[in-house]
Write a protein that binds this ligand. Structure first.
Ligand code: ADP
Length: 205
C-alpha cells in the first residue's frame, strides 16, 4: 500500500525540544510528498518579517511560553486549508496540549479526515538538553538560553507529553528511539511506518 493509494499521509511528529523532530519531520514530509507544517517556524518567520502576528507572539516565544490555543489553531487551520495540504501534511510542533488536540480533531473530523500516524521521538532529557546547547551555539535562537530551555522542556513534560496518551489510546502512536545518528533514526521511522502499511510513493512496504 502506498500513501497515494490511500490518498492520505497525515502525520504528527512529537518529541521534546532537541529530539530532532524538525530534521526528521522534513525527511518524512519530503518522502511522502506532503508539506511539513512547523508552527514554531511559522511563528519565527512572522517575528522576523515584523508582521502583526509576529508582534503579538514575539514576547511569548522569547519566554518559551505557549502562544494561545485560539491563535495557534487558527493559524494551523488556515495552513491546512491551502491546496498543497489537501492530500496530507506533517505537523511538527502542533498540537502541543489537550486543547489543541481537540481543535485539530474538530478540524479533521469536519473534513472527514484522520491522522495516519503520530511519530513519537523518544530522547532522554540529558541528551536533548545537550543537543539544545549545541544548537544555541550553532543557530543563535533567542529562545535557546538555559532558562528558556528549562521552561520549554517543563511545558513539554507537563502539557505535551500527555497528549501522546490520548493518541496511544487510539492506536496511532509509532514510538521511535531518537538516540543514534540522524540516518539511524530516519531508518527507524521509515521501517516503523512501513510496518503500518505507510510507505512513500514508489517504495513498497
Ligand atoms: P521547540 O519545540 O524547540 O520549543 P518550536 O520551533 O516548535 O521549538 O516552537 C518555538 C516556540 O513557538 C514555542 O516555544 C512556542 O512559543 C511557539 N509555539 C510553537 N508551536 C506552538 C503551539 N502548537 N502552541 C503554542 N505555541 C507554539
Amino acid at each position: 500500500m502506498t500513501a497515494s493509494a490511500t490518498g492520505s499521509a497525515r502525520f504528527l511528529i512529537v518529541g521534546p525540544q532537541g529530539s530532532g523532530k524538525g530534521t526528521q519531520g522534513v525527511l518524512v514530509a519530503e518522502a511522502f510528498g506532503v508539506p511539513q507544517v512547523a508552527t514554531g517556524d511559522i511563528f519565527r518567520a512572522n517575528v522576523a518579517g515584523g508582521t502583526e502576528l509576529g508582534k503579538r507572539v514575539q514576547a511569548i516565544i522569547e519566554a518559551g511560553d505557549l502562544v494561545p490555543d485560539e491563535l495557534t489553531s487558527e493559524l494551523v487551520r488556515d495552513r491546512l486549508e491551502q491546496a498543497d495540504a489537501a492530500g496530507g501534511f506533517l505537523l511538527d510542533g502542533y498540537p502541543r496540549n489537550r486543547g489543541q488536540v481537540d481543535d485539530l480533531d474538530a478540524f479533521l473530523t469536519g473534513r472527514g479526515e484522520a491522522l495516519d500516524a503520530v511519530i513519537e521521538l523518544v530522547v532522554p532529557r540529558e541528551e536533548s538538553i545537550g543537543r539544545l546547547k549545541q544548537r544555541a551555539t550553532d543557530q543563535g535562537r533567542t529562545d535557546d538560553t538555559e532558562e528558556v530551555i528549562a521552561n520549554r522542556l517543563a511545558i513539554y513534560e507537563r502539557e505535551t507529553a500527555p497528549i501522546l496518551d490520548v493518541y496511544r489510546d487510539r492506536g496511532a502512536v509509532v514510538r521511535i528511539d531518537g538516540v543514534g545518528t540522524l540516518d539511524e533514526v530516519t531508518e527507524r521511522i521509515f521501517s516503523a511506518l512501513a510496518a503500518r502499511g505507510l510507505a512513500p510513493n514508489g517504495v513498497s512496504a
